[in-house]
Design a protein around this ligand. Structure first.
Ligand SMILES: [Fe+2]
Ligand SMILES: [Fe+2]
Length: 190
């Protein structure tokens, strides 16, 4: 018996359950998974930069650590969905993150740019799903991602503005204390 036999059978099972799921949507969703993992990796690098003894910003550390965990959850949510639609998950290598930031303001600006990039890609997934007449994929993106992205981007923009106004060492210190209980998604849509 060929070693490949069980895999071929499993692939056929996926093909049997697959319905109205275009190859281009599958590829775009794989790109989205990899973008979420890239963001997860970048936030993790940021979190542990701000945990260094010579930086010591526990609030910013916790905020980015939580953001990293959320990005991983996003990736896994799409992976789960991919399997429901009978697609194949293809993970690529994750790019090396930026390891250092001069201050919290620079890091937050980088985070906002990254979120805008992720959101742009989500909008492209949605547009492609509409073009391919795939209402299930449109609904999945709308229900799970679009509003959360916009909420998170607003929180980052608010933090950037508040930190710009507090640009002194004392302001930076107080801002970090303020961030200890903050999250990108836990204080939204109240
Ligand atoms: Fe995300
Ligand atoms: Fe995000």
């Amino acid at each position: 018996m060929s070693i490949g036999y069980p895999w071929i059978r499993l692939r056929r099972l996926c093909q049997i359950m697959r319905q109205n799921f275009a190859k281009c949507c599958e590829e775009k969703l794989n790109a989205q998974i990899n973008m979420e993992l890239k963001a997860c990796h970048q936030y993790l690098a940021m979190a542990y930069h701000f945990d260094r003894a010579d930086v010591s910003s526990p609030g910013v550390h916790g905020f980015f650590l939580q953001a990293s965990a959320e990005e991983r959850q996003h990736a896994e949510k799409i992976m789960k969905y991919m399997n429901k639609r009978g697609g194949s998950i293809i993970l690529s290598s994750v790019p090396e993150p930026l390891p250092k930031f001069t201050d919290a303001l620079t890091a937050l600006k980088h985070a906002l740019n990254m979120e805008l990039e992720v959101n742009q890609h989500l909008l492209e997934v949605h547009a492609l799903a509409s073009k391919q007449n795939d209402p299930n994929l449109c609904d999945f993106i709308e229900a799970n991602f679009l509003q959360e992205q916009v909420d998170g981007q607003k929180i980052l923009a608010d933090f950037i503005r508040q930190l710009e106004r507090a640009q002194t060492d004392l302001g930076d210190y107080l801002f970090d204390k303020y961030m200890i209980s903050a999250g990108m998604h836990n204080s939204v849509a109240k």
